[in-house]
Design a protein around this ligand. Structure first.
Ligand code: PLP
Length: 454
């Protein structure tokens, strides 16, 4: 149905009545640039807008004609005037982020199965929270996070990951990206302005850290994890339990060398719950709680849309991080924090993680067994993804093949900071597909991979 405007519709123009025709034109341009008047939308009729603004209809007619000439509006005989669509918009229109490519079968790394979210348990936890919480839970909440969640997480992280987590050192964030940004600002305030990332690693977090004022450098990763002898920065972000993306586990000697390096270490334990073949690898943080920041997230164990993550901080970083949180003025909402705390203390979270671990291990086994013979998976002992190295020609053919088979995968090459000889490969996430679609999804992936055979 076509959108229509009447004189009763508020056109949301920031307009100074004394500014005349040029002022109206400027207000319409601003409304289009900042998206209040969206591309393709029918604009108010000249009669309606003139009525709303208290000006002559002819004034609005001339403004619309000028803006059509400038490319902001589209007019055609007998049809309502519309805001120009992307192709026709002026250069100054804000760029929109590229949409994620649509695909039927998702093997995107870093995503858990959304169909396994424990809806009933979350609902029960939320009900209990609402039934028992005092009225204060609807007031402004503490920036560092709910004291109930911080106490619950500190016990959980100690028990499940060996983290030395005093609740006073635990801060809750709206996801790991938020955490790394706030931490970057706090470190910069302390004179630490360069952060090393593993090379390869996820560009997204390097960019977020850079936006916080940190200079980013890459340090290579080999079969034993970060090559600590090449680390020369005052801060380093690592994924020691299951390197993202290569999947290696940091060797004990490297762990010791890293905490002895003098750098502030951020231990991103993004998928620490999902270890399949060997004993759990305890958190690095326990080796040096005054040098290592432990980072955890609910994005893999529950759902990325919850936007809940946490840092366990060395004591010297607690006040600077909380101050940086206040400066930025945003922290996660309280009710989901209380629901998560209830989920953990009721035991439902542990049961859910165990169920997911079995599911993802079974998927990992099926995927490894189904791979074409010429492909050797790497990083399979943990987590929700594995890596397949490909010769350059095959890697270059991936985007087109993925489109043909409607498969979502990520390329390895953008994850490198430095130019490397053979960066080609795929990062395949086997968590993202809903359980009941895994069989056809796997068939589509394997067909695509077979097509990439040398
Ligand atoms: C390497 C790594 N670290 C951390 C995270 C968690 O990020 P967030 O809590 O912002 O969802 C992810 C999720 O994709 C990840 O892949």
């Amino acid at each position: 149905m076509a959108e229509s405007w009447s004189s009763s519709v508020d056109a949301h123009l920031d307009w100074d009545p004394g500014s005349g025709r040029t002022g109206i034109a400027a207000a319409v341009r601003a409304a289009i640039r900042d998206g209040r008047w969206r591309p393709g939308a029918v604009v108010p009729s000249t009669r309606a807008l003139a009525h709303d603004l208290g000006v002559a209809r002819g004034t609005v007619t001339r403004v619309y004609a000028d803006l059509a000439a400038e490319g902001y509006l589209q007019t055609s005989q007998g049809a309502p005037t519309r805001v120009a669509t992307a192709g026709a918009s002026p250069q100054s229109a804000p760029p929109m982020p590229a949409a994620e490519p649509a695909h039927r079968w998702s093997f995107l790394p870093g995503r858990p199965d959304p169909s396994m979210f424990p809806r009933d348990q979350w609902l029960a936890a939320t009900r209990r929270v609402l039934a028992n919480a005092p009225n204060q839970v609807f007031d402004y909440s503490e920036a560092r996070g709910s004291s109930v969640l911080r106490a619950t997480l500190s016990a959980y992280l100690g028990r499940s990951r060996g983290v030395l987590a005093d609740p006073a050192r635990l801060v809750v964030f709206s996801g790991y990206g938020h955490a790394i940004h706030v931490l970057g600002r706090a470190l910069r305030g302390l004179g630490i302005a360069e952060t090393a990332f593993e090379d390869p690693s996820l560009g997204k977090y390097r960019d977020i850290c850079a936006a916080s004022g940190q200079r980013i450098v890459g340090v290579p990763v080999d079969g034993a994890g970060l090559v600590v002898s090449e680390l020369d920065s005052p801060a380093a972000v690592v994924t020691p339990a299951h390197q993202f993306p290569l999947g290696v586990t940091m060797a004990p000697a490297r762990r010791t060398a890293l905490v002895d390096s003098g750098a502030v270490v951020v231990e991103d334990d993004y998928d620490g719950e999902f270890r399949f073949d060997r004993q759990q690898v305890g958190a690095l943080q326990a080796l040096a709680p005054e040098r290592v920041v432990y980072a955890g997230t609910a994005s893999k164990s529950l759902a990325p849309s919850l936007r809940l993550a946490w840092l366990v901080l060395p004591r010297f970083l607690v006040d600077p991080v909380v101050a940086a949180l206040h400066e930025l003025g945003a922290h996660p909402p309280l009710l989901p924090q209380l629901a998560l705390a209830d989920l953990i203390s009721s035991g439902a979270y542990d049961r859910h993680v165990r169920r997911c671990r079995l599911e993802y291990r079974a998927r990992r086994d099926r995927l490894v067994a189904a791979l074409p013979a010429h492909l050797t998976p790497e990083g399979i002992s943990a987590g929700l993804h594995l890596v397949l190295r490909l010769p350059s020609a095959a890697a270059a053919a991936v985007p087109a093949a993925a489109r043909r088979h409607s498969v979502g995968v990520e390329l390895l090459s953008p994850m490198w900071l430095r130019p490397v000889a053979e960066p080609g490969g795929l990062v395949v996430g086997y968590g993202a597909t809903a359980r009941n679609a895994f069989t056809p999804a796997l068939a589509a992936l394997v067909e695509m991979l077979t097509e990439l055979s040398p």
